[in-house]
Ligand binder design. Structure first.
Ligand SMILES: Nc1ncnc2c1ncn2[C@@H]1O[C@H](COP(=O)(O)OP(=O)(O)O)[C@@H](O)[C@H]1O
Ligand SMILES: [Mg+2]
Length: 250
């Protein structure tokens, strides 16, 4: 599904990604871990096509198609979802209305008509029920006064509604409490299927107590320095990141 080949990217004059190789297949959950500043969020942003980063070498392919010329919205329409690290507040626009607009925008990009209102309502109800989101939440103003957990709930709801091929969740927010982690994890576990894939980016091992990844990759200084199964996350928890730095130097 996603294939990253020798990806190098920079911001301003600084090279941040220094040759990333990563392949994610449908049905898989991958976790990227690594110390602060290792380039995790940059990798997420480059996959999503954010323009402040310049790709200097290598490629990102989705289903065999090079994404280099696609703007972030086009990538989103092709099925790449990136969670918002700093969600905007939109007073007067409800969670539901925001979602309706997003869905219809995405349909328009595919040449489809707006989703009929009754179908939209059914979809919203279905997904809200799956994620145990109550009605009251759906009518609240987007992100206005949302707690950390509510922001996560909104994000997961968006992911559920948009049904992306590849969901990238960048969980760098150090304010995440255990409830918020559980909301993210439950959402991911309920939404994953044999047809989609999830890339969870986290600094914290504890998120992976709830989301069990098929593969774990450690990013350090712009490179994946180690990949393994879920046990790698436990090893990192135990030993920290220092042993990897030594290995890379050696
Ligand atoms: N917009 C930017 N402008 C300048 N430097 C940036 C920018 N974004 C990230 N960086 C730098 O790139 C490096 C990697 O950052 P980031 O990808 O956010 O790491 P992580 O998510 O692993 O903590 C850091 O040194 C950071 O300061
Ligand atoms: Mg980050």
């Amino acid at each position: 599904m996603l294939k990253i080949n020798n990806l190098h990217a920079r911001v301003e004059d600084k090279e941040i990604l220094k040759g990333i190789n990563l392949e994610i297949n449908a049905g898989e959950v991958h976790a990227i871990m690594g110390p602060n500043g290792s380039g995790k969020s940059t990798l997420a942003a480059v996959i999503a096509g954010k323009e402040e980063f310049e790709v200097t070498e290598g490629s990102v392919e989705l289903d065999g198609e090079n994404l280099e010329d696609d703007a972030p919205e086009e990538r989103a329409h092709k099925g790449i979802f990136l969670s918002f690290q700093y969600p905007v507040e939109i007073p007067g626009v409800s969670v539901t209305n925001f979602m309706k607009t997003a869905i219809n925008e995405s349909r328009k990009a595919k040449g489809l008509e707006d989703m009929p209102a009754n179908q939209m309502l059914k979809l919203i109800r279905e997904k809200a029920e799956l994620l145990e989101i109550d009605r009251k939440f759906l009518s609240r103003s987007l992100n206005e006064g949302f707690s950390g957990g509510e922001k996560k709930r909104n994000e997961i709801f968006q992911m559920a509604m948009l049904e992306p091929k590849l969901a990238i969740l960048d969980e760098t927010d150090s304010g995440l409490d255990i409830d918020a982690l559980r909301i993210v994890a439950n959402g991911v576990n309920k939404l994953k299927s044999k047809d989609n894939a999830v890339l969870v980016i986290t600094h914290y091992q504890r998120l992976l107590d709830y989301i069990v990844p098929d593969f774990v990759h450690v990013l350090h200084n712009g490179k994946i320095v180690k990949s393994g199964g879920k046990e790698l996350a436990l090893e990192l928890e135990e030993k920290g990141y220092d042993w990897l730095k030594q290995e890379t130097v050696a």
